[in-house]
Design a protein around this ligand. Sequence first.
Ligand SMILES: *Cc1c(COP(=O)(O)O)cnc(C)c1O
Length: 467
Amino acid sequence: MTDYFNARILLDPKEVPKQWVNILPDLPTPMTPLINPMDGKPAPFELAAAIFPKECVIQEVSQEPTIPIPKELREIYARSHRPTPLHRAYGLEKELGVEGEEIKIFYKNESVSPTGSHKPNTALAQAYYAKADGINELVTETGAGQWGSGLSYGCSLFNITCTVYMVRASFLQKPGRKILMRSYDGEVHASPSRFTESGRSYYENDPDHPGSLGIAISEAVEHSLRSEKIRYSLGSVVNFVCLHQTVVGQETQQQLKKAGIDQPDIVIGCMGGGSNFSGMAIPFARDKIRGDAPDIQIIGVEPRACPSVCKGKYTWDYGDSAKKAPILKMHTLGHNFIPSPIHAGGLRYHGIAPIVSNLYNNGVIEATMHHQLEVIEAGMLFAKAEGILPAPETNHAVKEAMNQALKAKEKNEKKTIVFNFSGHGYFDLLAYKEYMTGELENFELSEEKIQKSINDADMPQIDESAF
Ligand SMILES: *Cc1c(COP(=O)(O)O)cnc(C)c1O
Protein backbone atom coordinates (compact mmCIF):
# COMPACT_ATOMS: atom_id res chain seq x y z
CA MET A 1 0.00 0.00 0.00
CA THR A 2 1.18 3.47 -0.84
CA ASP A 3 1.48 5.61 2.25
CA TYR A 4 0.53 9.08 1.06
CA PHE A 5 1.26 10.49 4.52
CA ASN A 6 4.91 10.01 3.51
CA ALA A 7 4.57 11.85 0.22
CA ARG A 8 5.97 15.13 1.55
CA ILE A 9 9.05 14.74 3.72
CA LEU A 10 9.27 17.77 5.96
CA LEU A 11 11.93 19.08 8.32
CA ASP A 12 11.43 21.18 11.41
CA PRO A 13 12.33 24.90 10.97
CA LYS A 14 15.09 24.33 13.53
CA GLU A 15 16.66 21.85 11.10
CA VAL A 16 17.66 24.61 8.67
CA PRO A 17 21.33 23.72 8.02
CA LYS A 18 23.81 25.40 10.36
CA GLN A 19 26.51 25.60 7.70
CA TRP A 20 27.12 25.71 3.98
CA VAL A 21 29.22 23.01 2.28
CA ASN A 22 32.34 24.44 0.62
CA ILE A 23 33.54 22.00 -2.03
CA LEU A 24 36.76 23.92 -2.84
CA PRO A 25 39.10 21.97 -0.47
CA ASP A 26 37.68 18.64 -1.74
CA LEU A 27 37.95 19.37 -5.48
CA PRO A 28 40.20 16.81 -7.21
CA THR A 29 42.12 19.65 -8.93
CA PRO A 30 42.63 23.17 -7.50
CA MET A 31 40.07 25.91 -8.23
CA THR A 32 41.09 28.69 -10.61
CA PRO A 33 40.87 32.30 -9.37
CA LEU A 34 38.65 35.18 -10.55
CA ILE A 35 40.66 37.37 -12.94
CA ASN A 36 40.51 41.15 -13.15
CA PRO A 37 39.49 42.03 -16.75
CA MET A 38 41.60 45.22 -16.59
CA ASP A 39 45.02 43.56 -16.23
CA GLY A 40 44.49 39.79 -16.64
CA LYS A 41 45.76 39.06 -13.11
CA PRO A 42 43.95 37.42 -10.17
CA ALA A 43 41.61 40.06 -8.69
CA PRO A 44 43.10 41.35 -5.41
CA PHE A 45 40.86 41.26 -2.34
CA GLU A 46 40.39 45.07 -2.20
CA LEU A 47 39.23 45.19 -5.81
CA ALA A 48 36.74 42.33 -5.42
CA ALA A 49 35.50 43.84 -2.13
CA ALA A 50 34.80 47.13 -3.92
CA ILE A 51 32.36 45.24 -6.15
CA PHE A 52 30.84 42.48 -3.93
CA PRO A 53 29.96 42.38 -0.19
CA LYS A 54 33.19 41.68 1.75
CA GLU A 55 32.15 38.40 3.41
CA CYS A 56 31.17 37.00 0.00
CA VAL A 57 34.67 37.75 -1.33
CA ILE A 58 36.17 35.86 1.63
CA GLN A 59 33.84 32.91 0.95
CA GLU A 60 34.75 32.94 -2.76
CA VAL A 61 38.26 31.65 -2.00
CA SER A 62 37.80 30.00 1.42
CA GLN A 63 39.42 26.57 1.91
CA GLU A 64 37.31 25.72 4.97
CA PRO A 65 35.24 22.59 4.23
CA THR A 66 32.18 24.16 5.89
CA ILE A 67 31.21 27.77 6.49
CA PRO A 68 28.82 28.60 9.35
CA ILE A 69 25.51 30.26 8.44
CA PRO A 70 25.05 33.20 10.84
CA LYS A 71 22.24 32.60 13.35
CA GLU A 72 20.30 35.67 12.26
CA LEU A 73 20.40 34.48 8.63
CA ARG A 74 19.24 30.98 9.62
CA GLU A 75 16.28 32.62 11.31
CA ILE A 76 15.53 34.64 8.19
CA TYR A 77 15.75 31.45 6.10
CA ALA A 78 13.27 29.79 8.48
CA ARG A 79 10.93 32.77 8.51
CA SER A 80 11.04 32.97 4.73
CA HIS A 81 10.79 29.44 3.30
CA ARG A 82 13.33 26.96 4.66
CA PRO A 83 13.48 24.02 5.04
CA THR A 84 11.64 23.26 1.79
CA PRO A 85 9.74 19.97 1.32
CA LEU A 86 11.13 16.91 -0.42
CA HIS A 87 8.31 15.19 -2.30
CA ARG A 88 8.04 11.56 -3.29
CA ALA A 89 6.64 11.95 -6.81
CA TYR A 90 3.95 9.25 -6.50
CA GLY A 91 1.84 10.94 -9.19
CA LEU A 92 4.70 11.12 -11.66
CA GLU A 93 5.75 7.51 -10.95
CA LYS A 94 2.19 6.40 -11.71
CA GLU A 95 2.01 8.50 -14.86
CA LEU A 96 5.25 6.87 -16.07
CA GLY A 97 4.12 3.39 -15.09
CA VAL A 98 7.00 2.85 -12.68
CA GLU A 99 4.99 2.78 -9.45
CA GLY A 100 6.19 0.45 -6.72
CA GLU A 101 9.27 0.41 -4.55
CA GLU A 102 11.82 -0.53 -7.22
CA ILE A 103 12.02 2.90 -8.80
CA LYS A 104 11.56 5.94 -6.59
CA ILE A 105 11.48 9.55 -7.77
CA PHE A 106 11.90 12.44 -5.33
CA TYR A 107 11.96 16.17 -5.98
CA LYS A 108 13.19 18.98 -3.75
CA ASN A 109 10.64 21.75 -3.99
CA GLU A 110 12.44 25.10 -4.18
CA SER A 111 9.36 26.63 -5.84
CA VAL A 112 7.85 27.28 -2.39
CA SER A 113 10.10 30.29 -1.78
CA PRO A 114 8.24 33.63 -1.88
CA THR A 115 9.49 34.45 -5.38
CA GLY A 116 9.05 30.92 -6.69
CA SER A 117 12.62 29.63 -7.10
CA HIS A 118 15.89 28.79 -5.34
CA LYS A 119 17.25 32.32 -5.98
CA PRO A 120 16.37 33.72 -2.49
CA ASN A 121 18.82 31.22 -0.88
CA THR A 122 21.69 33.44 -2.01
CA ALA A 123 19.71 36.71 -2.27
CA LEU A 124 18.93 36.64 1.46
CA ALA A 125 22.57 35.84 2.28
CA GLN A 126 23.93 38.62 0.06
CA ALA A 127 21.47 41.19 1.42
CA TYR A 128 22.35 40.10 4.96
CA TYR A 129 26.09 40.54 4.37
CA ALA A 130 25.58 43.85 2.56
CA LYS A 131 23.59 45.18 5.50
CA ALA A 132 26.32 44.01 7.90
CA ASP A 133 28.89 45.93 5.80
CA GLY A 134 26.85 49.16 5.99
CA ILE A 135 25.92 48.95 2.29
CA ASN A 136 22.61 50.62 1.47
CA GLU A 137 22.03 49.53 -2.12
CA LEU A 138 22.52 46.35 -4.18
CA VAL A 139 22.39 46.51 -7.95
CA THR A 140 22.09 43.65 -10.40
CA GLU A 141 20.93 42.55 -13.84
CA THR A 142 18.18 40.10 -14.62
CA GLY A 143 17.13 38.23 -17.75
CA ALA A 144 13.89 36.36 -17.16
CA GLY A 145 13.32 38.20 -13.85
CA GLN A 146 13.73 35.34 -11.35
CA TRP A 147 16.97 36.71 -9.97
CA GLY A 148 15.72 40.32 -9.95
CA SER A 149 12.66 39.29 -7.94
CA GLY A 150 14.74 37.17 -5.55
CA LEU A 151 17.14 40.02 -4.82
CA SER A 152 14.37 42.65 -4.56
CA TYR A 153 12.69 40.43 -1.97
CA GLY A 154 15.98 39.90 -0.07
CA CYS A 155 16.74 43.62 -0.01
CA SER A 156 13.22 44.44 1.19
CA LEU A 157 13.77 42.24 4.26
CA PHE A 158 16.92 44.20 5.18
CA ASN A 159 15.75 47.69 4.13
CA ILE A 160 18.30 48.00 1.36
CA THR A 161 17.57 49.65 -1.97
CA CYS A 162 17.58 47.19 -4.86
CA THR A 163 18.17 48.34 -8.43
CA VAL A 164 17.64 45.90 -11.29
CA TYR A 165 18.63 46.33 -14.93
CA MET A 166 16.26 44.03 -16.77
CA VAL A 167 16.93 43.03 -20.38
CA ARG A 168 14.31 45.06 -22.32
CA ALA A 169 13.02 42.10 -24.33
CA SER A 170 12.10 40.34 -21.02
CA PHE A 171 10.92 43.60 -19.46
CA LEU A 172 8.27 43.77 -22.18
CA GLN A 173 7.57 40.00 -22.35
CA LYS A 174 7.24 39.33 -18.61
CA PRO A 175 5.41 42.29 -17.05
CA GLY A 176 4.46 40.06 -14.11
CA ARG A 177 8.07 39.77 -12.95
CA LYS A 178 8.51 43.57 -13.16
CA ILE A 179 5.38 44.12 -11.05
CA LEU A 180 6.60 41.59 -8.48
CA MET A 181 9.98 43.37 -8.18
CA ARG A 182 8.23 46.71 -7.77
CA SER A 183 6.00 45.25 -5.05
CA TYR A 184 9.19 44.70 -3.05
CA ASP A 185 10.20 48.34 -3.80
CA GLY A 186 12.80 47.18 -6.34
CA GLU A 187 13.80 49.85 -8.86
CA VAL A 188 13.52 48.23 -12.29
CA HIS A 189 15.05 49.74 -15.44
CA ALA A 190 14.65 48.31 -18.90
CA SER A 191 18.17 47.76 -20.27
CA PRO A 192 19.76 49.37 -22.26
CA SER A 193 18.71 52.43 -20.28
CA ARG A 194 19.57 56.13 -20.38
CA PHE A 195 20.83 55.99 -16.76
CA THR A 196 24.35 54.66 -17.42
CA GLU A 197 27.18 55.42 -19.78
CA SER A 198 27.15 51.75 -20.91
CA GLY A 199 23.45 51.82 -21.77
CA ARG A 200 22.98 55.34 -23.08
CA SER A 201 24.55 54.97 -26.51
CA TYR A 202 22.43 51.90 -27.31
CA TYR A 203 19.36 53.64 -25.91
CA GLU A 204 19.88 56.85 -27.88
CA ASN A 205 20.40 54.93 -31.10
CA ASP A 206 17.29 52.84 -30.51
CA PRO A 207 14.98 53.40 -27.52
CA ASP A 208 13.42 50.01 -28.31
CA HIS A 209 16.74 48.14 -28.26
CA PRO A 210 15.93 44.58 -27.01
CA GLY A 211 19.09 44.49 -24.86
CA SER A 212 21.16 41.52 -23.70
CA LEU A 213 22.48 40.13 -20.43
CA GLY A 214 25.92 41.41 -21.43
CA ILE A 215 24.72 45.02 -21.67
CA ALA A 216 22.63 44.72 -18.49
CA ILE A 217 25.65 43.41 -16.53
CA SER A 218 27.74 46.35 -17.77
CA GLU A 219 25.04 48.79 -16.65
CA ALA A 220 24.74 47.18 -13.21
CA VAL A 221 28.53 47.07 -12.62
CA GLU A 222 28.87 50.71 -13.71
CA HIS A 223 26.00 51.74 -11.41
CA SER A 224 27.57 49.88 -8.47
CA LEU A 225 30.81 51.88 -8.78
CA ARG A 226 28.95 55.18 -8.26
CA SER A 227 29.20 55.14 -4.48
CA GLU A 228 31.05 53.41 -1.63
CA LYS A 229 27.67 52.36 -0.28
CA ILE A 230 26.58 50.40 -3.35
CA ARG A 231 27.60 46.86 -4.26
CA TYR A 232 26.98 44.62 -7.26
CA SER A 233 25.17 41.35 -6.74
CA LEU A 234 25.32 38.14 -8.80
CA GLY A 235 22.71 35.38 -8.80
CA SER A 236 24.76 32.48 -10.19
CA VAL A 237 28.14 31.24 -11.52
CA VAL A 238 30.59 32.43 -8.80
CA ASN A 239 31.71 30.15 -5.94
CA PHE A 240 29.98 31.99 -3.11
CA VAL A 241 26.58 31.76 -4.85
CA CYS A 242 26.99 27.99 -5.36
CA LEU A 243 28.03 27.79 -1.68
CA HIS A 244 24.87 29.55 -0.45
CA GLN A 245 22.74 27.14 -2.47
CA THR A 246 24.13 24.07 -0.64
CA VAL A 247 21.29 24.34 1.90
CA VAL A 248 19.30 22.56 -0.84
CA GLY A 249 21.44 19.41 -1.07
CA GLN A 250 22.05 19.20 2.68
CA GLU A 251 18.34 19.30 3.48
CA THR A 252 17.73 16.71 0.75
CA GLN A 253 20.26 14.37 2.37
CA GLN A 254 18.53 14.71 5.74
CA GLN A 255 15.11 14.14 4.17
CA LEU A 256 16.21 11.07 2.23
CA LYS A 257 17.55 9.61 5.48
CA LYS A 258 14.11 10.22 7.04
CA ALA A 259 12.66 8.24 4.13
CA GLY A 260 15.08 5.41 4.93
CA ILE A 261 17.42 6.09 2.01
CA ASP A 262 21.10 6.30 2.80
CA GLN A 263 22.21 7.53 -0.63
CA PRO A 264 20.23 8.00 -3.86
CA ASP A 265 21.49 6.44 -7.10
CA ILE A 266 20.94 9.47 -9.31
CA VAL A 267 20.95 13.22 -8.53
CA ILE A 268 19.72 15.67 -11.20
CA GLY A 269 19.53 19.44 -11.68
CA CYS A 270 19.12 21.88 -14.57
CA MET A 271 22.08 24.13 -15.41
CA GLY A 272 22.08 27.77 -16.49
CA GLY A 273 24.91 29.44 -14.58
CA GLY A 274 25.03 26.30 -12.44
CA SER A 275 23.85 27.51 -9.02
CA ASN A 276 20.77 25.40 -8.29
CA PHE A 277 22.53 22.32 -9.71
CA SER A 278 25.57 23.02 -7.51
CA GLY A 279 23.37 23.59 -4.47
CA MET A 280 21.79 20.17 -4.88
CA ALA A 281 24.91 18.37 -6.16
CA ILE A 282 27.75 19.63 -3.94
CA PRO A 283 26.95 17.69 -0.73
CA PHE A 284 26.54 14.49 -2.80
CA ALA A 285 29.64 15.27 -4.89
CA ARG A 286 31.66 15.63 -1.70
CA ASP A 287 30.48 12.19 -0.51
CA LYS A 288 31.41 10.79 -3.91
CA ILE A 289 34.89 12.36 -3.94
CA ARG A 290 35.55 11.18 -0.37
CA GLY A 291 34.57 7.63 -1.31
CA ASP A 292 31.44 7.55 0.91
CA ALA A 293 29.13 7.19 -2.12
CA PRO A 294 31.42 6.28 -5.03
CA ASP A 295 28.67 5.07 -7.36
CA ILE A 296 26.30 8.00 -7.16
CA GLN A 297 25.49 9.44 -10.60
CA ILE A 298 25.17 13.25 -10.69
CA ILE A 299 23.69 14.74 -13.87
CA GLY A 300 23.42 18.39 -14.94
CA VAL A 301 20.93 19.18 -17.73
CA GLU A 302 21.28 21.93 -20.33
CA PRO A 303 19.08 23.19 -23.18
CA ARG A 304 20.22 22.10 -26.64
CA ALA A 305 20.02 25.78 -27.59
CA CYS A 306 22.73 26.74 -25.06
CA PRO A 307 24.89 23.70 -24.15
CA SER A 308 27.92 25.37 -22.51
CA VAL A 309 29.15 22.22 -20.70
CA CYS A 310 28.16 19.61 -23.31
CA LYS A 311 29.50 21.55 -26.32
CA GLY A 312 31.50 24.53 -25.03
CA LYS A 313 35.25 24.96 -24.67
CA TYR A 314 37.01 24.86 -21.28
CA THR A 315 38.99 28.10 -21.26
CA TRP A 316 39.38 31.56 -19.72
CA ASP A 317 36.53 33.81 -20.80
CA TYR A 318 34.84 37.05 -19.86
CA GLY A 319 31.76 36.86 -17.65
CA ASP A 320 29.90 39.35 -19.87
CA SER A 321 30.01 40.67 -23.42
CA ALA A 322 31.18 44.15 -22.33
CA LYS A 323 34.25 42.56 -20.61
CA LYS A 324 33.60 44.43 -17.35
CA ALA A 325 32.79 41.46 -15.11
CA PRO A 326 35.54 39.12 -13.83
CA ILE A 327 37.22 36.60 -16.17
CA LEU A 328 36.62 32.96 -15.22
CA LYS A 329 37.98 29.59 -16.32
CA MET A 330 34.90 27.66 -17.38
CA HIS A 331 33.11 25.81 -20.16
CA THR A 332 31.89 28.56 -22.45
CA LEU A 333 30.27 29.20 -25.80
CA GLY A 334 32.05 32.58 -25.95
CA HIS A 335 31.07 35.85 -24.25
CA ASN A 336 29.41 37.21 -27.42
CA PHE A 337 27.18 34.16 -27.79
CA ILE A 338 23.54 35.17 -28.32
CA PRO A 339 21.33 32.17 -27.59
CA SER A 340 18.06 31.55 -29.42
CA PRO A 341 15.01 32.98 -27.64
CA ILE A 342 14.07 29.81 -25.74
CA HIS A 343 11.66 30.27 -22.81
CA ALA A 344 14.13 28.87 -20.29
CA GLY A 345 15.62 32.38 -19.95
CA GLY A 346 17.56 31.34 -16.85
CA LEU A 347 19.53 28.79 -18.88
CA ARG A 348 20.70 31.19 -21.58
CA TYR A 349 24.08 32.12 -20.08
CA HIS A 350 27.17 31.57 -22.27
CA GLY A 351 29.26 29.98 -19.51
CA ILE A 352 28.92 27.85 -16.38
CA ALA A 353 30.09 28.02 -12.76
CA PRO A 354 33.84 27.20 -12.52
CA ILE A 355 32.92 24.72 -9.75
CA VAL A 356 30.69 22.82 -12.20
CA SER A 357 33.44 22.89 -14.86
CA ASN A 358 35.92 21.48 -12.36
CA LEU A 359 33.60 18.66 -11.21
CA TYR A 360 32.81 17.82 -14.83
CA ASN A 361 36.45 17.73 -15.93
CA ASN A 362 37.24 15.41 -13.03
CA GLY A 363 34.42 13.02 -13.88
CA VAL A 364 32.52 13.66 -10.64
CA ILE A 365 29.44 14.84 -12.52
CA GLU A 366 28.10 14.33 -16.05
CA ALA A 367 26.05 16.55 -18.34
CA THR A 368 23.30 16.05 -20.88
CA MET A 369 20.92 18.23 -22.92
CA HIS A 370 17.32 18.35 -24.08
CA HIS A 371 15.15 20.15 -26.64
CA GLN A 372 12.67 22.91 -25.80
CA LEU A 373 9.58 21.03 -27.01
CA GLU A 374 10.29 17.81 -25.11
CA VAL A 375 10.97 19.67 -21.86
CA ILE A 376 7.76 21.73 -22.01
CA GLU A 377 5.87 18.51 -22.77
CA ALA A 378 7.51 16.94 -19.70
CA GLY A 379 6.40 19.97 -17.67
CA MET A 380 2.77 19.54 -18.75
CA LEU A 381 2.89 15.88 -17.75
CA PHE A 382 4.43 16.85 -14.40
CA ALA A 383 1.66 19.41 -13.78
CA LYS A 384 -1.03 16.79 -14.31
CA ALA A 385 0.80 14.24 -12.17
CA GLU A 386 2.04 16.41 -9.28
CA GLY A 387 -0.01 19.61 -9.51
CA ILE A 388 2.75 22.19 -9.89
CA LEU A 389 3.49 23.77 -13.27
CA PRO A 390 7.32 23.87 -13.48
CA ALA A 391 9.46 26.75 -14.70
CA PRO A 392 10.74 26.13 -18.25
CA GLU A 393 14.26 25.86 -16.75
CA THR A 394 13.15 23.25 -14.20
CA ASN A 395 11.57 21.15 -16.95
CA HIS A 396 15.05 20.14 -18.11
CA ALA A 397 15.54 18.33 -14.80
CA VAL A 398 12.00 16.91 -14.89
CA LYS A 399 12.62 15.47 -18.36
CA GLU A 400 15.91 13.85 -17.36
CA ALA A 401 14.38 12.33 -14.19
CA MET A 402 11.61 10.84 -16.36
CA ASN A 403 14.15 9.44 -18.83
CA GLN A 404 16.21 7.87 -16.04
CA ALA A 405 13.14 6.28 -14.44
CA LEU A 406 12.01 4.78 -17.75
CA LYS A 407 15.51 3.53 -18.48
CA ALA A 408 15.68 1.82 -15.08
CA LYS A 409 12.31 0.17 -15.73
CA GLU A 410 13.42 -1.10 -19.11
CA LYS A 411 16.58 -2.59 -17.63
CA ASN A 412 14.76 -3.94 -14.58
CA GLU A 413 16.96 -1.95 -12.23
CA LYS A 414 16.26 -0.57 -8.75
CA LYS A 415 16.90 3.16 -8.69
CA THR A 416 16.30 6.08 -6.37
CA ILE A 417 16.25 9.29 -8.38
CA VAL A 418 16.20 12.75 -6.83
CA PHE A 419 16.03 16.04 -8.70
CA ASN A 420 15.96 19.70 -7.80
CA PHE A 421 12.67 21.39 -8.61
CA SER A 422 14.25 24.83 -9.04
CA GLY A 423 11.07 26.85 -9.56
CA HIS A 424 7.45 27.10 -10.66
CA GLY A 425 6.31 28.45 -14.01
CA TYR A 426 3.39 30.72 -13.13
CA PHE A 427 5.14 33.75 -14.59
CA ASP A 428 6.09 31.77 -17.70
CA LEU A 429 2.66 30.80 -18.98
CA LEU A 430 3.43 32.15 -22.46
CA ALA A 431 5.76 29.17 -23.01
CA TYR A 432 2.91 26.77 -22.24
CA LYS A 433 0.48 28.76 -24.35
CA GLU A 434 2.84 28.55 -27.33
CA TYR A 435 3.21 24.82 -26.75
CA MET A 436 -0.57 24.40 -26.75
CA THR A 437 -1.08 26.46 -29.91
CA GLY A 438 1.76 24.73 -31.75
CA GLU A 439 3.90 27.88 -31.99
CA LEU A 440 6.76 26.55 -29.87
CA GLU A 441 9.84 25.39 -31.78
CA ASN A 442 13.12 23.64 -31.10
CA PHE A 443 16.43 25.45 -31.53
CA GLU A 444 19.34 23.12 -32.18
CA LEU A 445 22.69 24.82 -32.23
CA SER A 446 24.80 23.50 -35.11
CA GLU A 447 28.37 22.41 -34.48
CA GLU A 448 29.43 25.07 -36.98
CA LYS A 449 27.69 27.91 -35.12
CA ILE A 450 29.17 26.76 -31.81
CA GLN A 451 32.69 26.67 -33.25
CA LYS A 452 32.20 30.09 -34.84
CA SER A 453 30.98 31.63 -31.59
CA ILE A 454 33.97 30.17 -29.71
CA ASN A 455 36.52 31.09 -32.41
CA ASP A 456 35.20 34.65 -32.80
CA ALA A 457 35.24 35.30 -29.07
CA ASP A 458 38.84 36.58 -28.72
CA MET A 459 39.23 34.83 -25.37
CA PRO A 460 41.51 36.60 -22.88
CA GLN A 461 45.11 35.29 -22.70
CA ILE A 462 45.83 34.54 -19.05
CA ASP A 463 49.29 33.63 -17.79
CA GLU A 464 48.57 30.80 -15.34
CA SER A 465 52.22 30.50 -14.31
CA ALA A 466 51.83 33.89 -12.61
CA PHE A 467 49.62 32.45 -9.84
C1 LIG B 1 17.69 31.18 -12.55
C2 LIG B 1 17.04 29.88 -12.63
C3 LIG B 1 17.71 28.73 -13.12
C4 LIG B 1 19.09 28.77 -13.71
O1 LIG B 1 20.09 29.30 -12.91
P1 LIG B 1 21.18 28.38 -12.18
O2 LIG B 1 22.14 29.35 -11.62
O3 LIG B 1 21.78 27.49 -13.20
O4 LIG B 1 20.45 27.64 -11.13
C5 LIG B 1 17.05 27.52 -13.12
N1 LIG B 1 15.78 27.41 -12.67
C6 LIG B 1 15.11 28.49 -12.20
C7 LIG B 1 13.71 28.30 -11.74
C8 LIG B 1 15.71 29.75 -12.16
O5 LIG B 1 15.06 30.80 -11.69
